[in-house]
Ligand binder design. Sequence first.
Ligand SMILES: Nc1ncnc2c1ncn2[C@@H]1O[C@H](COP(=O)(O)OP(=O)(O)OP(=O)(O)O)[C@@H](O)[C@H]1O
Length: 470
Amino acid sequence: MATLSATQVLPLRPVSSVKLRRACFPFHSRSPNCRFFSSISCANQALCSIPYLSPSQETRTLHDICQGFVPEHVLQRQARIMSQLVEEVGYVLPTDIQRQALPTLFSGRDCILHAQTGSGKTLAYLLLIFSVINIQRSAVQALIVVPTRELGMQVTKVARMLAAKPMESELEQKCCTVMALLDGGILRRHKSWLKAEPPTVVVATIGSLCQMLEKRIFTLESMRVLVIDEVDFLFNSSKQVSSLRKLLTSYSTISNRHTVFVSASIPQHRRFVHDCIQQKWTKSDVVHVHVNPIEPMPACIHHRFVICGKNRRQQTLLSLLQSDAPVSGIIFVSEQSEKSKKAGNAPSTTLLIDFLKASYTGGSEVLLLEEDMNFNLRAASLSEVRQGSGYLLVSTDIAARGVDLPETTHIYNYDLPRTAIDYLHRAGRTGRKPFSDEKCTVTNIITPEERFVLQRYENELMFNCEEIII
Ligand SMILES: Nc1ncnc2c1ncn2[C@@H]1O[C@H](COP(=O)(O)OP(=O)(O)OP(=O)(O)O)[C@@H](O)[C@H]1O
């Protein structure tokens, strides 16, 4: 496949120094006129430009962009999946990241996909995978690494929907197989299956994957696409970073694979691009596709805060729930500290669930999701959430990354997140319908002392939080 330069991917306009500064330092300046600008940076040319999109590019469908790259039956299936979300049957519009990134991905360049939460990054990299794999070959050809079992199950489900057997007339054709190798659920039959008939696509958490690779249950010799989802989280995780580095440099090499890094947050992204090249995690012509750099969070989210004393938080939350009456919402609570565990205290999640079950009379079912639950209970909670007609999910940050519950309209930060990046991902569990104008809210319950922390997040992420009095 021909290699295109970033300037060929999209026609570019010269950038003024102000725009250049905004695109490079997205957290420091803001102009409402720049909402829809994106940047494509080509690392080795130190290029950072604002693409000009002609009207004809704006109206291209996903089918138009993918035709000739992705098999027709996958495109039809994708159209049918998406048509459940957008009413139009058959032709679906791409989201900004899909429109910007797919031509670059199909050109064969390594890519860093950097776009808001809920912007459709998953479909972008899955379409790349389906454009590259050869289903006649029995080998692992694509690997998607995710940080949690929950996200892994979600990605596997979408990949399987796209990969499902082609139309009846083509039933005799082999179909693409997708295997999930996720912490907490690898069975003996997974190992035999991997040895006997390797799947085409593997979705894995890094711990389980490296165990399999170390035991030589399978190899990555035939891998053509490597996707690292939530890449900043994985590089930041002391438990996962050394395995990730090993995967990138020892278990496979950049020349044989197409590498794609994905996240809604890549702090110091220019430094990260530099590291990718220096450390040989990607080829030197890696492209950074950064959509909407000056607005890191979806515009449909309304941010609010309410100040109360620490011992009034449960009552405050209850009053908020009674006045908002959310059909589907997530309440984020901090993980219990080791010190509190040792002291034998009950976790805040349990205390809050008990309180809500006793006092909240809204129609939605109250469910719990946290690290300390066993994997089956975690899966059961999420599947109840997905099947039910409304939910109130009390969760730790385990649900903050990647989890896609598009019906969620309300987020409550019962405890303030530890960093601005955590705020961005928690808030991003709402506003996940790319073409919808539905207003969603994030409400922070804070103490007077925490007001300045929230103010810092507002500055870093460039949003305004409105005070409400209840
Ligand atoms: N072209 C499209 N048209 C309509 N809906 C879409 C389109 N692409 C993706 N979606 C839907 O948008 C939602 C969010 O997509 P996805 O989970 O890929 O977001 P993301 O960018 O990976 O977010 P995060 O950074 O939070 O992981 C999903 O419900 C998905 O089905």
